[in-house]
Design a protein around this ligand. Structure first.
Ligand code: EPU
Length: 417
């Protein structure tokens, strides 16, 4: 087991370079198997979620090579076989293999995916999309057997703009016969990244980034080179760290447009920021103004920054309200923040945050990935020592988090316990 120990209260100054987006890279790696030849993915983050996908690819017989941030995948030797449950439960993104294998071989057998325990996270929209594309879905316990004689373009309307169902539909429909129209699609930048990648391989996808995506089926896809977009959630997490403790803390290699919902909130809260083309420089907010936040799909305020943001709201000068609309169980960080001196009341999907003057170091848990980011920020700003266990969750999504923070002045270390 791994644990992070933080001595709180140190100013953060210098530069933090943001890595490639986890939620894009974890789709690009499975998507690569749709290609008939070698695919190169640059700016891939070095995180354990990518290691789990490597395990699946190698299990299927593909070659996977990682040199720094460059991943090279040769899918030409893949054999389509059942992916064991023990591997697919390691992460949510394993179900991108469902769509990619179905798209390429018109048959897939695999299990319900894993992922953070932050809500029920059904996959009904993905399965509905497969059926609209002429596939038959059989479900035995946790296992899904999905096959189609031919995948045929269809008209799909998602009940909610699901990121996973949008990506899965693009993956499955790219090699289908005819045209697919996907309505009420998710608009996240990671979806645009996946569509661009598929188009670079020869797909014909238009409209990604809007709520209507058109996918004209093509017969084959070839290898290509792509660069993963910067991770907007990692960027947002460090920008919030700057609002808590920064002295000219410069967050670089980012697309500021992707975190506008965050920066506009920070401006309301009194942040002193310079927003450049690909960086944000930020200083500690001296008197944090309270504000209200509701999580929404892109371009709204991201659910993945909701938990990190509660640290800043906890230290504001007044009362803030935060409503989580995407997941039913994403306040597991709150009891731990309260242990550290925060004053937060949970009421269903809403929390009321009564601002306090200080947080105090305690022994806490990272119950999930972004709860881990919340505890990390709380530990950085708290008085005294914070120890966070179950940090494996955090390490799944933040590349070199310890090194990046130490380099800007944090007193933080990772221990094996
Ligand atoms: N939903 C359904 N049925 C479906 C699909 C989704 O009811 O078939 C519901 C979910 O239960 C949830 C909501 O719709 O309440 C949104 O789910 P979505 O499918 O958009 O999320 P996801 O694809 O499972 C991705 C990210 C999440 C991020 C969400 C929302 C990956 C691997 N995961 O999840 O990232 O929170 O989009 O932006 O891309 C994280 O990085 O910490 C994380 C959880």
């Amino acid at each position: 087991m791994k644990r992070i120990e933080i001595e709180g209260g140190h100013t953060l100054t210098g530069e933090i370079k943001i890595s490639g987006a986890k939620n894009s890279a974890v789709a690009l790696v499975p998507a690569s198997i749709l290609s008939d030849s070698i695919v190169k993915i640059e700016n891939a983050p070095n995180i354990s979620d990518i290691d789990a996908l490597e395990e699946i690819l190698e299990y299927l017989g593909a070659s996977f090579k990682k040199e720094g941030s460059l991943i090279t995948i040769d899918p030409s030797t893949i054999e389509n076989k059942e992916i064991p449950e023990a591997i697919s439960v390691k992460l949510r993104a394993s179900y991108y293999f469902m769509a990619a294998l179905l798209g390429k071989y018109r048959h897939v057998e695999m299990y319900f995916p894993g992922g953070c325990n932050i809500g029920s996270r059904p996959i009904d929209q993905t399965l509905k999309a497969f059926e609209e594309l002429n596939a038959k879905v059989e479900n035995i316990g946790n296992k899904y057997i999905i096959s189609a004689e031919r995948l045929i373009g269809g008209h799909i309307y998602l009940d909610m703009p699901s990121v996973g169902a949008t990506i899965n539909t693009m993956l499955a429909a790219t090699l289908a016969v005819g045209t697919t129209i996907l309505e009420n699609a998710a608009k996240e930048p990671e979806i645009v990244d996946v569509a661009t990648f598929l188009n670079n391989m020869g797909a014909k996808i238009t409209g990604a980034g809007t709520s209507v995506i058109k996918i004209e089926g093509v017969q084959k896809l070839n290898g290509c080179y792509t660069e993963v977009i910067p991770d907007r959630i990692e960027a947002g997490t460090y920008v919030i760290a700057g609002a808590l403790l920064g002295e000219n803390l410069k967050i670089t290699n980012i697309i500021p447009e992707h975190i506008k919902s965050l920066t506009s909130k920070l401006e309301q809260m009194g942040a002193d920021m310079t927003i450049g083309n690909d960086y944000i420089t930020i200083n500690k907010i001296e008197n944090i103004k309270p504000t209200n936040i509701k999580t929404l799909g892109y371009p709204g305020f991201p659910t993945d920054l909701q938990q990190p943001m509660t640290v800043l709201l906890s230290l504001s000068d007044g009362i803030s309200y935060l409503e989580e609309t995407i997941y039913e169980n994403r306040f597991q960080n709150v009891p731990y923040l309260n242990m550290m001196g925060a004053n937060i009341e949970i009421s269903g999907q809403k929390i009321k945050i009564n601002g306090v003057k200080k947080l105090y170091g305690k022994d806490v848990l990272a119950t999930d990935l972004r709860a881990g980011a919340c505890m990390l920020l709380a530990g950085l700003v708290a008085n005294g020592i914070t120890r966070i266990t179950q940090v494996e969750h955090l390490l799944r999504g933040y590349e070199n988090v310890i090194e990046k923070l130490v380099a800007v002045g944090a007193k933080i270390k990772l221990e094996e316990i």
